[in-house]
Design a protein around this ligand. Structure first.
Ligand SMILES: Cc1cc2nc3c(=O)[nH]c(=O)nc-3n(C[C@H](O)[C@H](O)[C@H](O)COP(=O)(O)O)c2cc1C
Length: 229
């Protein structure tokens, strides 16, 4: 009888232990499925974001595509021998969203070529009405472009002759052209008027002269005053 009660007790303990283990298994299963479900929701979110992202990119691409159709495509073409005009051109392009085009001479100007106290190449070209220095590289993209800024350094009160080469190379009929220049002190003066005649049917706006190192504010307020849009 004593043995029987021991055996019954052992069986009862074994039964209780089994019951606990099985309930722990159920809890573990629930936890695991909760983890999966939460992982799934992360991956669902990630894939939802994946879907959203291209749409956002599409919107950005569409905005870019609108630029040429908006009727305000701007080209900022410039020649700069010592980078003063280049710096202004870059600021104009930043404000207007315009495309930059550097007019690069086929034969670069050396320091000696620019030494205006001597009989240098630049001086000789400025004194020669027929001088048209060649331009290197590919042509500017004028497709859909209706506004052209044209920038240059003042050389003896005038635009360098390579600007003449540039303007004579394109059909600028119907385009708005806005000249700008940099100089030691000379105004834009007759340099702009003397290049008007190189284009047929273009609408020239009044230009502006900047000093070396013109500020972004100075450039911005000039662009705003043009009321281009
Ligand atoms: C050949 C030559 C002629 C120049 N003539 C004038 C001038 O008539 N008046 C003036 O104020 N600056 C004159 N300059 C100075 C330039 O216009 C000035 O340094 C300009 O900002 C240079 O621009 P860049 O760095 O874009 O070439 C002359 C410079 C050179 C090389």
């Amino acid at each position: 009888m004593k043995y029987l009660s021991v055996i019954l007790s052992v069986l009862l303990i074994a039964f209780i232990l089994c019951a606990c283990d099985s309930s722990a298994d159920t809890e573990n299963t629930q936890n695991t499925s909760e983890e999966i479900s939460s992982e799934e929701s992360v991956s669902e979110k990630a894939s939802a974001e994946d879907v959203t992202q291209p749409e956002e990119n599409d919107e950005a691409a569409a905005a870019d595509e609108n630029v040429p159709d908006s009727g305000t495509k701007v080209l900022v073409a410039y020649f700069s021998a010592t980078n003063n005009t280049k710096a202004v051109a870059e600021k104009i392009a930043a404000v207007t969203g315009g495309e930059l085009y550097q007019i690069v001479p086929e034969t670069p100007y050396t320091d000696a070529d620019l030494d205006y106290n001597t009989d240098c190449r630049a001086n000789r070209e400025q004194n020669d009405n027929t001088a048209r220095p060649k331009i290197a590289g590919s042509a500017a993209n004028m497709d859909g472009c209706d506004t052209v800024f044209i920038g240059y350094p003042i050389w003896w009160g005038q635009a360098p002759k390579i600007i003449y080469t540039f303007l004579e190379s394109y059909d600028l009929n119907g385009k708005t052209i806005i000249p700008f220049c940099t100089s030691g002190s000379s105004p834009i003066g007759s340099s702009a008027e003397n290049i008007h005649i190189l284009t047929d049917g273009a609408n020239w706006l009044e230009g502006k002269r900047f000093g070396a190192g013109a500020s972004s504010d100075e450039v911005n307020s000039w662009i705003n005053s043009l009321e281009l849009n």
